[in-house]
Design a protein around this ligand. Sequence first.
Ligand code: ADP
Length: 171
Amino acid sequence: MATAIYPGSFDPITNGHLDILARAVGVFDRVIIVVLSNTRKAGLFTHSERVEMIHEVVTSDRVSVESFSGLTADFARLRGARILIRGLRAVSDFEAELRIALTNRKLNPDLDTVFLMTSAENLFLSSSTVREVASMGGDLTGMVPPVVAERLRRKFGHVERSEPIAVNSEA
Ligand code: ADP
């Protein structure tokens, strides 16, 4: 049985992540989403909030979710996984992803990184873009599932509105 791990920050999970996940489930028997603690990034959502949201939007019984604080290479060893999934968007992702993949291979030579390409509509979608749009009360349709959009609205204290707020420059 081929188990793949799909690590990331998932702060929060977006339609881009779900796109990659659906593709991974089409290829591998089991996929473990790993919500990693990232020392470089202060998160918007707590780890348990991120895991909860993933549980709310992922329904496949071949996908499980875990939270891990440590090296991805060690997590893979713990679970006996030899495949690591990463998503690729624009060419700009490539250099950083290559560096991460080669580092992981050094740390765990049994682990191979498989890159899956996103759909065109998710090319410029990232958790950071979603957080920015949400912080300004923007429409998140098509970027994240409705339950995630609702969590973001609550996090930023926005209520749904249909009219933009007018800004009077002469005031
Ligand atoms: P990290 O902080 O490790 O980059 P992310 O949660 O931002 O974690 O992303 C996890 C993985 O999902 C990465 O491989 C990233 O490239 C991929 N990913 C994120 N957004 C998209 C998207 N819109 N399309 C395809 N892959 C994506």
